[in-house]
Design a protein around this ligand. Structure first.
Ligand code: ADP
Ligand code: MG
Length: 309
């Protein structure tokens, strides 16, 4: 199948919902088909840009269905937008595939556009290449009102620490014979986009949990020059062990800090959102992350989360 035909057939699709043309949205002046896309950034907004790569055998098991691979590839980039408090607007897709299998491409692109359409986004470009291993790279562009992005560096001593959802389910989903609900959490993580937008002027810092709470919280603390205390009995989880809830990656929930003055604003801001959240501890001046048991002793983790190298 010629490359241009492949792009036209599977990826140059239009959003069936009319594009968002309001003055505070990105306008796509030029989409797929030229050497580069052209978009506008509305006045008083900043552009949030993020890129993620998923490689077969590293980020998902080789037997994963094309529908799930496409969904996850975009969802992980959307999760980065959520962690910044950005509204996703446009995406680019770089696809490396060993063969151009029509059934695979149809399932992959249908699922991708399902998620693109949910967020009323536009796919504005990409690249398609043959290669020995299946690899998917997605770029997402989002908009944030000037100065409102949630950075990792904003946490201060005394802030309360929260997480969304339940941790460790995706980790369980990776085990053989996993519960289908956990498998679904692994293959189709829910990016907390609306949640991120709702808390962006309340939270002091945020990060999405991609490698495990323990290691991702360490990153937030390091960026902010602070430490954290986590009361492990407060960490929301279903069937995962506490170690798994703290260290398994791929949940794509949000971890965020809230200054004392804003704590009472959370409930009202999140009232219409179908997403649970839980206070798990506090930001401290200790420079390390401390996992506290009920009896006052601390839980030491040998393994803190996923590392590539
Ligand atoms: P170039 O030679 O400049 O890389 P290509 O022939 O690869 O251009 O791509 C043609 C057009 O199709 C470009 O606008 C590019 O952004 C888009 N495109 C290529 N592959 C994809 C893809 N997998 N998904 C979306 N758009 C794509
Ligand atoms: Mg190209």
């Amino acid at each position: 199948m010629p490359e241009q035909a492949l792009i036209t057939q599977y990826f140059n699709r239009h959003n069936p919902i009319s594009p968002n043309t309001s003055a505070d949205a990105t306008q796509v002046l030029l989409g797929i088909g030229d050497d580069a896309a052209l978009i506008t950034i509305p006045e008083h907004y900043e552009l949030a840009i993020s890129i993620d790569t998923l490689v077969t055998g590293v980020h998902f098991p080789p037997e994963t269905a094309p529908e799930d691979i496409a969904y996850k590839a975009l969802a992980v980039s959307l999760s980065d937008m959520a962690a910044m408090g950005a509204r996703p607007e446009t995406a680019l897709l770089s696809l490396t595939i060993p063969t151009a299998d029509k059934k695979w491409l149809k399932a992959f692109s249908d699922s991708l556009f399902e998620l693109i359409n949910i967020y009323r986004m536009r796919l504005i470009g990409g690249d398609t290449s043959r290669g020995p291993l299946l690899s998917i790279t997605t770029v997402v562009n989002g908009l944030i009102p000037q100065g409102q992005a949630m950075r990792r560096s904003g946490a201060r001593v005394g802030d309360a620490l929260y997480v969304t959802g339940q941790l460790g389910d995706a980790g369980l989903g990776l085990q053989s014979g996993a519960d289908p609900a956990c498998r679904l959490r692994l293959n189709r993580p829910t990016p907390r986009v609306a949640f991120g937008i709702a808390i962006r002027d309340i939270a002091s810092a945020a990060i999405d949990i991609s490698d495990g709470l323990a290691t991702d919280l360490e990153k937030l603390c390091a960026a902010s020059g602070v430490g954290a205390q986590v009361n492990i009995d407060d960490v929301p989880r279903n069937k995962a062990s506490i170690e798994m809830a703290l260290t398994a990656g791929d949940d794509f929930e949000l971890c965020f800090s809230v200054p004392p003055a804003n704590d009472n604003k959370l409930e009202t801001a999140l009232i219409d959102l179908d997403c649970s959240y839980q206070k798990i501890g506090n930001i401290t001046d200790k420079k390390t992350v401390h996992f506290l048991k009920k009896d006052g002793s601390s839980l030491k983790l040998k393994y803190k989360g996923y590392e590539h190298f």
